[in-house]
Design a protein around this ligand. Structure first.
Ligand SMILES: Nc1ncnc2c1ncn2[C@@H]1O[C@H](COP(=O)(O)OP(=O)(O)O)[C@@H](O)[C@H]1O
Ligand SMILES: [Mg+2]
Length: 326
């Protein structure tokens, strides 16, 4: 395979456990998660709260605290280099510069007591110490303008709390993209925003997405997936249950969980169906069935499903973790 065809990122069979504080027993929360991100592509990872979206993706820049997290297996190949094998000082060269992260809550990522301008300029200078402070400042101004901040000079002098949530998230996006990372991981970047602001920020992210970089966009909202994704990975209870190109996925998801998620979308409901939430509860880590984790909520489950473990299997152009999917 030539270098240009190699995916930017290949996550292979990633398995992560968390140690319990008291018992020190490790509970596996993410199991055999695999996905690729190609250059130019936006991969949406979608699933309900607690299914392992953040854990799987924050493991890529090695931002999971350890302990309590423990990586039990797998590979994270970034341009062919296994990030899990890198010494931590080498890993720092990837964070920010090659792999940028946009968090759900800008206030956890921005320092409350430092002016916006100083934070952005410092981020640039850490990665490019050879440029002057003036040069970094001009770049910060240009990026604040690119992310739609009306008065960039004024914003540079603001403290984070002086900006609205939407403006803070735009600053976070500027701070991430100013370093021109090859991979952007956006973890529910618009979940905390009002619906109209959310739509604006999603459009901005689409508009700023570069053809030579990849993005992992995490969300629990199928409407957002529809808008953003080139490729979709659906997670359920710590596993990827379906993966497909967005076009194929929305034309007809194959895994019963993915189908149920899509049926719960309002646009489907307005086409004559009643809005349907999936009955039952997501099992929690440590209480997973040996077989299919969705079996007890699945419309098409067979008696053997709770005991039958399935890998991700090809079904047409989809990969599906269900031996009965068609
Ligand atoms: N620091 C932690 N300590 C223990 N368990 C954790 C920690 N962070 C996440 N988990 C567990 O990992 C699972 C996946 O969490 P997460 O990836 O944050 O879900 P989400 O899909 O909502 O992003 C959850 O069950 C959560 O309880
Ligand atoms: Mg999360």
């Amino acid at each position: 395979m030539s270098n240009s065809e190699q995916p930017l990122l290949q996550v292979r069979n990633l398995t992560i456990a968390f140690e319990n504080d008291e018992t020190r027993k490790a509970v596996t929360t993410v199991e055999n998660v695999s996905f690729d991100v190609r250059r130019g592509e936006i991969l949406c990872i979608v699933g309900e709260s607690g299914c392992g979206k953040s854990v799987s993706s924050m493991c890529i820049p090695r931002l999971l605290p350890s302990p309590p997290s423990r990586i039990l297996g797998g590979e994270i190949l970034f341009e062919g280099v296994d990030l899990l094998k890198l010494p931590i000082d080498k890993m720092r060269e990837y964070r920010g510069k090659k792999i940028g992260v946009i968090f759900q809550d800008p206030m956890t990522a921005l320092s409350p007591l430092v002016r916006i301008g100083d934070q952005i300029i410092e981020a640039v200078l850490i990665h490019e110490p050879e440029i002057t402070k003036d040069c970094a400042r001009n770049r910060a101004l240009a990026w604040l303008e690119k992310v739609g901040i009306q008065n960039p000079e004024l914003a540079l002098r603001c403290y984070p709390y002086e900006l609205s949530g939407g403006m803070q998230q735009r600053v976070m996006i500027a701070m991430c993209l100013i370093l021109e990372p090859q991979l952007v991981i956006a973890d529910e970047p618009t979940t905390a925003l009002d619906v109209t602001i959310q739509a604006q920020v999603l459009d901005l992210m689409l508009q700023l997405h570069r053809k030579d970089s990849g993005m992992i966009f995490i969300t629990h909202d199928m409407g957002v997936v529809y808008r953003m994704a080139h490729r979709v990975a659906v997670m359920y209870a710590g596993q990827v249950v379906e993966q497909a190109d967005a076009k194929d996925f929305f034309a007809g998801p194959k895994h019963p969980y993915a189908r149920a998620l899509l049926e719960a979308l309002p646009s489907h409901a307005t086409r004559g169906k009643t809005l349907r939430a999936i009955p039952g509860q997501v099992p929690s880590p440590g209480n997973y069935a040996p077989g299919c984790r969705f079996a007890e909520r699945c419309d098409c489950a067979r008696p053997e499903c709770a005991q039958t473990y399935s890998d991700l299997l090809p079904v047409g152009a989809h990969l599906v973790r269900c031996p009965y999917a068609q």
